[in-house]
Design a protein around this ligand. Structure first.
Ligand SMILES: CC(C)(COP(=O)(O)OP(=O)(O)OC[C@H]1O[C@@H](n2cnc3c(N)ncnc32)[C@H](O)[C@@H]1OP(=O)(O)O)[C@@H](O)C(=O)NCCC(=O)NCCS
Length: 180
């Protein structure tokens, strides 16, 4: 599936994608994704960060964003990733996460973080394979729709430390340079 940087032409499809997600998945995005003005501001570059969509024809099947944190953490990018529930398990999450990492390294970010619900096996597997490691465990940090408390993990990828590791997962090729 094609992964491209978000442009104005994708905004309606992206809004449809968000509208079709279960509420629990929307919480991973953190931004006001059902507001058309917010989504359009992303495409015009007004909101900061880099955003990509996976396209299946005219439909969006997945979305990833890397947003630099504000102020003294502006060297750190935060990743937000969601794949349509009907498209999961086909490698799309992996493809989008890889795109986020390549983009962040290319943009000169020194560190990436991602928040993952502790039981999210797919998200853990995917980010761990890309060189992310657990950096914080926030216990009982999330309340799901049934009111159950769940742990939140913060996974981090330190770009310099994992430079050599990146070469092993093929990111050097994606960056167009030899990192080994
Ligand atoms: C996390 C998420 C993006 C993964 O998307 P996806 O398209 O299904 O991911 P992939 O198909 O690339 O699968 C990634 C890996 O996880 C593995 N996996 C899938 N479900 C799993 C599970 N329940 N337990 C363990 N591993 C699992 C897959 O086997 C795959 O590994 P493989 O390529 O070695 O087989 C998707 O589940 C999602 O949108 N979840 C809700 C939002 C979220 O948690 N985002 C992450 C934090 S921002």
């Amino acid at each position: 599936m094609e992964v491209v940087e978000l442009e104005s032409a994708h905004c309606d499809a992206l809004l449809r994608f968000f509208a079709g997600l279960p509420e629990g998945d929307l919480t991973f995005i953190e931004e006001e994704v059902t507001d058309p003005d917010v989504v359009r501001s992303w495409a015009s570059g007004g909101a900061g960060g880099r955003r990509f969509v996976a396209l299946d024809g005219d439909e969006v099947a997945g979305y990833v964003a890397v947003r630099p944190l504000p102020g003294w953490s502006s060297h750190v990018g935060e990743v937000r990733l969601v794949v349509s529930p009907t498209r999961r398990g086909a490698g799309l999450g992996r493809q989008l996460a890889r795109q986020a990492l390549v983009t962040a390294v290319g943009d000169g970010l020194a560190k990436l973080v991602v928040e993952v619900v502790a039981e999210q096996g797919a998200a853990l597997a995917l980010f761990t394979d890309l060189g992310f490691t657990g950096e914080a465990l926030l216990r009982d940090h999330i309340r799901d729709r049934e009111g159950n408390l769940r742990d939140l993990m913060v996974l981090a990828h330190h770009v310099d430390e994992t430079w050599a590791g990146m070469a092993t997962v093929g990111l050097d090729e994606a960056l167009g340079q030899d990192l080994s």
